[in-house]
Design a protein around this ligand. Structure first.
Ligand code: P6P
Length: 345
């Protein structure tokens, strides 16, 4: 007899490592390389989670007094997270190189490694001091340069459809790790007592209808006209809905994405007249998050084309980012394309 409420207990008996080993064939070559790379990423996530939870007590909050390649003030935990992931991945024989939001240039590690890793080690770190969830975002490619030589930028600029694995870690009320290798999205929660990530979301799917919309409208006046009309249509639509969409915007990408992935919602960070490329990064935010959303049955674009099809030219390239249920993202594209209100259906 299965006691009520415990039916999912069996799920939580599957560790991340076991889950990946059981699915080796899903990943290129099934050499065990992916499980070893994801093991290092999950170890980095466990360590970052440990330090985040103690940051206010261990004097780890606040700025380091440095600015990074993005011209942003580096938080102490940015530096710590970046150092941890780079140290862990640099020692992995399967990793040929690393690109990080915190590093101006690519870091070539093992010339015989077959894979390169892109990282946003701690996204949303400006939120740490106020207790808002932050995240790590990762993306893996099989290198295009031959083994035996140093990695090159072209290994990292292959474009979103060439990713072989991608995912994120959310340091929230619990520490969650979600990833995809193109066979759906799988989610794990860290059980600190066991030091293991345990399966909680097998084959996660985004609800087809939105309950939320997430954007910072402080520059709405600078958005394209079609987008301003889309926002007005959202507010108008709410007048006739029995359960209107709620605005939920944390200002921490992984937290906003994860909520919308589980509950259904539209996230957008558009470009403006002055900054048409927007704020978010294509290679280590748009591509990995966009693949996760697509694999979960949603859609991710730059407003007009799938984000995974936006060409990569520079490591720190920015992009507008729109993601959510297919119906909502197609409506945004229509508003942007025709720059007029879409006929009410
Ligand atoms: P804004 C955090 O700084 C970040 O890079 C993303 O995590 C987040 O989605 C975005 O910026 C928030 O930007 O301009 O709304 O504060």
């Amino acid at each position: 007899m299965q006691a009520r409420g415990f039916e999912s207990l069996s799920l939580r008996m599957v560790t991340l490592e076991q889950f990946i080993v059981d699915r080796q064939q899903e990943f290129e070559g099934a050499t065990g390389a992916f499980s070893k790379i994801l093991r290092d990423i999950s170890l980095g996530a466990k360590l970052v989670s440990f330090y985040l939870r103690r940051a206010s007590l261990a004097g780890l909050l606040g700025e380091l007094g440095l600015t990074n390649i993005q011209g942003e003030n580096v938080q102490k935990l940015d530096y710590l997270a970046n150092s941890l992931f780079i140290q862990l991945l640099s020692k992995n024989p399967h990793v040929a190189g690393i690109a990080s939001e915190e590093e101006e240039n690519i870091i070539c590690t093992n010339p015989y490694g077959k894979y390169v890793v892109l990282l946003d080690p701690l996204d949303g770190s400006s939120n740490i001091d106020v207790g808002v969830p932050v995240g790590t975002i990762f993306s893996l490619y099989k290198r295009v340069t031959p083994q035996g030589i140093s990695c090159e930028e072209k290994d990292f600029l292959q474009g979103g459809r060439a990713q072989v694995a991608a995912g994120y870690v959310l340091y929230g009320t619990s520490t969650l790790l979600l990833y995809t290798t193109g066979q759906g999205v799988h989610g794990f929660a860290l059980e600190p007592a066991a030091g293991e990530f345990l399966l909680v979301y097998p084959q996660l799917q985004m609800p087809p209808k939105s309950s939320y919309y997430s954007f910072n409208d402080n520059q709405l006046h600078e958005w394209e006209g079609g987008l301003q009309q889309y926002v007005r249509s959202l507010h108008d639509q709410n007048k006739s809905l029995s359960s209107p969409l709620s605005l939920r915007y944390v200002g921490s990408l992984v937290a906003d994405v994860h909520r919308n992935l589980l509950k259904g919602g539209v996230f957008m960070y558009p470009g403006t007249v002055k900054k048409p490329e927007g704020k978010l990064r294509l290679l280590y935010e748009g591509y990995p998050i966009g693949w996760i959303v697509e694999q979960a049955g949603g859609k991710a674009t730059n407003g007009r084309v799938p984000i995974l099809d936006v060409p990569a030219h520079k490591i720190h390239q920015r992009t507008p980012l729109f993601l959510g249920p297919v119906e909502d993202i197609d409506k945004i594209t229509a508003f942007l394309t025709y720059n007029v209100a879409v006929e009410k259906v």
